[in-house]
Design a protein around this ligand. Structure first.
Ligand SMILES: [Zn+2]
Length: 233
């Protein structure tokens, strides 16, 4: 599937990959197939809100990296979420890397607070202050929970997630890089199994992520085998 540049923020090109349609369907399917115009437009705004949330997550990474003079080539929104493509490698500086990694989930934490408080506030207003106020309140609460999910999910201890990569930065201080990579890969396999079990309760996205995490963590285990005596297996 192709991709197209849809704009620039802080001078950083934003590229929308064709696979983003998967995410749009995941979040909007129920509304898009409802047949009611109000529900379809709710779905469109919801998907736009999800795209914005992912974009701000990636912007968090990009702006933190910029602080350490690492420019971002472009930000991509795709079917699995988003990716921040740096123009060059981050410096070999543990603090810089940890701050850059956590800046993404931090953006979702802030959005979670903003959206859910705005939604709650709107629900507390007497009557419908404007047409569709209740619907807007629902939408804000839903975007709040989407951001809570993005915050928690991205912090899971697995490759290639922000949480897993942060843990590598911390562990490698004590164990060395290869061992830290392997330790997080084993944790990541557990996360993949857990997501696989969630998938049985009908969570399609969990199934997709279980597969991606399984593959990524197995690859890390393959490519980071230290000397035999240092392997944790
Ligand atoms: Zn991230």
């Amino acid at each position: 599937m192709g991709s197209a540049q849809v704009g620039r923020i802080f001078g950083i090109p934003i590229v929308l990959d064709g696979t983003f349609i998967l995410l749009a369907l995941l979040y909007g399917f129920h509304n898009f197939t409802s047949g009611s115009t109000a529900s379809i437009s709710y779905g469109v705004v919801l998907v736009a809100g999800v795209a914005l949330s992912i974009l701000l997550h990636e912007l968090g990474h990009a702006l933190a990296a910029r602080y350490w003079a690492v420019p971002t080539a472009y930000i991509e929104l795709n079917g699995l979420g988003g990716l921040c493509h740096f123009a060059r490698a981050m410096p070999q500086n543990r603090v810089a890397n940890i701050v850059m990694l956590l800046a993404g989930p931090a953006a979702n934490f802030i959005l979670w607070q903003v959206f859910s408080n705005a939604g709650r506030w709107m629900f507390q207003q007497p009557g419908d202050t404007f047409a569709g106020a209740t619907r807007t309140a629902h939408l804000l609460l839903q975007l709040g929970s989407v951001n809570f999910m993005l915050f928690v999910f991205n912090l899971l201890p697995s490759h290639p997630l922000d949480g897993g990569r942060t843990l590598v930065q911390i562990l490698s201080k004590f164990t060395g890089y290869d061992r830290a990579m392997r330790a997080v890969a084993y944790l990541g396999l557990l996360v993949a199994v857990w997501l696989g079990l969630l998938a049985f309760s009908g969570q399609i996205f969990a199934a997709l992520m279980a597969f991606v995490l399984l593959q990524t963590n197995l690859e890390v285990l393959q490519s980071h085998q230290g000397p035999r005596w240092t392997r944790w297996n």
